[in-house]
Design a protein around this ligand. Structure first.
Ligand SMILES: [Zn+2]
Length: 239
């Protein structure tokens, strides 16, 4: 179970770093509202490309059918959980993320800032990120703009256009066209310390292109993590 999860960490890393695979994984990351539905928004091409990897995992690690079914169920549950906007109490989540991937932890992986996306690759257990030094927890959720920098126009993110995305990629992913690369400065250390929302406002400024999202300073809701969203681009259920 642990080794299957670890080899999925490697696969996730590859989907970001191998340009051909990233074209497909991009379809998952362009979602501008991170919630449990994001967990199901994977391009069919990515599912297909992952089949040989999955077969190798099973063959090399010698997994039984029952073991595989159990792991797949656990993985699906955990993916739904860590993409969701369920707002756990901060002290609980701060402890929990040492063991498994939590919503605040994975929220950082969906940031438009590349340095933040290039962290927190784990799926079920969080130890691979601690082990490889790719853990980053010091970004409060209300300071994160979700999505991919190059795709901030909702008109480009219809289902049809996202399906075609792997074949039409024509720009660097982490640069906002005509505006530059979103950066973040002045985060408090250490990177392994989970930060709650609403704190460290001064030490943790917005990415420099905050002007793209004028509605960023909304008070946090109680039950859900508040993540900045673009006006007119909300889910009916929780908007
Ligand atoms: Zn990813």
């Amino acid at each position: 179970m642990v080794l299957l999860d670890y080899t999925l960490y490697i696969w996730h890393y590859l989907t970001h770093k191998v340009p051909f695979l990233w074209r497909f994984h991009l379809a998952h990351h362009v979602d501008m509202d991170l919630d449990a539905s994001t967990a199901l928004r994977f391009h069919a091409g990515e599912m297909l490309l992952s089949v040989p990897w999955r077969a190798t995992q099973v063959a090399v690690l010698g997994i039984s059918p029952l073991g595989l079914a159990l792991w797949q169920t656990l993985t699906l549950m955990e993916i739904m959980f860590h993409h969701s906007n369920v707002r756990l109490s901060y002290p609980v989540e701060r402890r929990l993320c040492r063991l498994i991937v939590t919503p605040r932890m994975h929220g950082i992986h969906h940031s438009v800032v590349q340095k933040e996306t290039d962290s927190n690759w784990s799926t079920i257990f969080s130890w691979p990120d601690y082990f490889h030094g790719t853990i980053r927890l010091n970004v409060p959720q209300d300071k994160i703009i979700t999505g991919v920098a190059a795709y901030q126009n909702p008109a480009e993110l219809t289902v049809g256009k996202i399906m075609k995305l792997p074949f039409t990629v024509d720009r660097p992913s982490w640069v906002v066209p005509q505006r530059g690369r979103p950066q973040r400065e002045g985060l408090t250390d250490p990177a392994t310390g989970l930060l709650p929302e609403g704190l460290y406002r001064r030490q943790s400024p917005m990415p420099r292109w905050k002007f793209l999202r004028p509605d960023l300073r909304k008070p946090a809701r109680k039950r859900f993590i508040h993540r900045p969203q673009r006006p007119g681009h909300r889910h009916d259920c929780c908007g």
